[in-house]
Design a protein around this ligand. Structure first.
Ligand code: ADP
Ligand code: MG
Length: 522
């Protein structure tokens, strides 16, 4: 090992960093790198698996992440955090863990930290990464994801929308990146991503190595777990009907039942019937369930995805005839009902050529590779154009009704980067500050939108006369993050974006130290 120190010289020191992509999923996370030939490969974790459950178990002083943590849902449910991604953007994870409140991004950071440590065993250190987010994530959740990367000791080169990443992996696999390959024909691809906790649909146009999102929509609270829940409730109701008690009342029994039901759901993807057993307080119920029955009791969930899919296609200005491929990603697209529904809607068989578990992380690794080589002065190998998934607005007061309302500045599905300038005028002479409340969402009512925070311009230059124009530019970056610029007469002004529900730099630093300096898991 001594030989590995600094003197191994040029090779180690000039080594280009490894391009790593991380799919930080609601239920499973995946890490991939580019190999020496620039092809994405998934890295297995310390347990030897390609996918790691996004679950964290606070076992006294120990923190366990992944498969073992997922098992603990059946024995120590109150100390286990799952689906923290669903809580991103909130101040705290929805339940206390070991008597403590955790910000959801800290839980996400613990998952990233495990992926980082496990990958480092195989490829040396991992520090620069691209992390994926659902296209439908709003700005606050995007920032929280970048913060999670920071807390895990990573440098987040960028975040990328999951469907875009899947489309890139698909394009790579189809040979669109190869100059002698498939060429630059224009193809419209609809990416349907149904994971464990989120649903995303995006219409992309791929022209050779140019990836352009045309429209995107989704639901951050719809995924495979809602299908599981239907089974859980079905079994629990049967238990109540026959025995008179509710097995869901005990968190561990609920956890076990949940696992049983998820298993049954997976079985029903390949078989026509299965049985679920539920034991509680010495009593037992055994239920047979057919695929058809399961499909009936979850039809409304599938319909919701169909509705959103149709709407997104319409927002992209396309019809099904214009769609060349329907690309499936996310574990839940293994349910046969998904393919059937999409075949019926689109009139063509959906494409299952990319791995539903790996495509997203592979696309992220390809982007990481591109960004790293760009840093090294090389020309980018592909290009991405995104749209924003939520409208950006400011809270104004309607002079007629005197009510607060959301004034949309950058409507959703605008090509990014997009900027909008608004001219504010000082009201009084010598005004010292301006305050703007920024929201994201489609509703007219600010309360139904996601609160990004307040932007204060302070101090304004001294002695400005009343009605001095102040230019405020809101800019969505390509990755959906917000930047604000303020100027008066062309001179930029100091301003501060005070965010709701995000951690301060000191808090981030202290989490980073805590998370990255934990002793290596055994
Ligand atoms: P996420 O991106 O939200 O982490 P994934 O894409 O990894 O999710 O998908 C996980 C979901 O896929 C889980 O709800 C899981 O139950 C479901 N899933 C995985 N395999 C199957 C299968 N064979 N049949 C039905 N659902 C499946
Ligand atoms: Mg996913």
């Amino acid at each position: 090992m001594l030989f590995r120190s600094s003197k191994t010289g040029s090779q180690t020191m000039n080594r280009t960093p490894i391009a790593v992509g991380i799919d930080l999923g609601t239920t499973y996370s995946v890490i991939a790198r580019l190999d020496n030939l620039g092809r994405p490969v998934t890295l297995v974790n310390a347990e030897g698996d390609k996918i790691t459950p996004s679950v964290v178990f606070f076992d006294g002083a120990n923190i366990v992440v992944g498969k073992e943590a997922a098992k603990a849902l059946a024995t120590d449910a109150p100390a286990v955090a799952d689906c923290a991604k669903r809580d991103m953007g909130q101040r705290f994870y929805h339940k206390l863990l070991g008597g403590r409140q955790f910000p959801p991004e800290a839980i996400q950071a613990l998952i990233l930290d495990k992926l980082r440590r496990d990958a480092a065993r195989m490829v040396g250190s991992v520090d620069q990464v691209v992390v994926t987010v659902p296209a439908y994530f709003d700005e606050v959740r995007r920032k929280a994801t970048q913060d999670a990367g920071f807390m895990a000791g990573l440098k987040v080169l960028d975040i990328i929308n999951e469907p875009t990443a899947a489309a890139i992996a698909f394009g790579f696999q189809e040979g669109f990146f190869d100059p002698q390959g498939a060429g630059s024909a224009k193809r419209n691809v609809l990416v349907y991503d149904l994971g464990g906790g989120t649903f995303d649909v995006t219409v992309m146009q791929i022209e050779g190595t140019h990836f352009r999102a045309l429209a995107t929509d989704g639901d951050v609270r719809l995924g495979g777990q809602d299908w599981d829940q239907r089974l859980v409730d079905y079994v629990a109701e049967e238990f109540i009907r026959t025995i008179g008690i509710d097995p869901r009342e005990d968190p561990n029994t609920d956890g076990r039942l949940r696992r049983e039901c998820e298993d049954a759901k997976r079985t029903l993807s390949t078989r026509l019937k299965t049985t679920i057993v539920c034991d509680y307080k010495g009593q037992s119920v055994k239920l047979e369930i057919t695929r058809q029955k399961f499909q009936e009791m979850t039809q409304d969930l599938l319909d919701r995805t169909a509705f959103t899919t149709r709407q997104t296609l319409q927002a992209a200005g396309l019809t099904w005839q214009d769609v060349d491929r329907v690309l499936l990603t996310g574990g839940s697209t293994r349910m046969p009902a998904v393919s059937e529904m999409l075949r019926e809607l689109s009139g063509k068989p959906p494409d299952t050529s990319v791995s539903p578990d790996e495509a997203v992380s592979h696309g992220a690794a390809l982007l990481a590779g591109m960004l790293l080589s760009k840093q090294g002065g090389k020309r980018p190998t592909f290009e991405i154009k995104n749209v924003n998934s939520h409208s950006l607005g400011l809270v104004g007061v309607d002079p007629k009704t005197d009510r607060r309302r959301n004034v949309v500045m950058i409507p959703r599905n605008t090509v990014l980067p997009a900027a909008h300038k608004k001219v504010f005028r000082t009201q009084k002479p010598k005004q010292s500050s301006i305050l703007m409340q920024i929201v994201e969402g489609e509703s007219m009512s600010p309360d139904d939108c996601s609160q990004i925070g307040k932007c204060t311009v302070y101090p304004l230059p001294k002695n400005l006369p009343a009605r001095t124009p102040i230019d405020v530019t809101f800019r969505y970056e390509e990755n959906g993050r917000l930047a604000v610029m303020v100027s008066v007469a062309g001179k930029s002004l100091k301003h501060e974006l005070v965010r709701d529900n995000t951690l301060t730099q000191e808090q981030l630093d202290s989490w980073r130290t805590f998370i990255t300096s934990r002793p290596d898991a055994p």
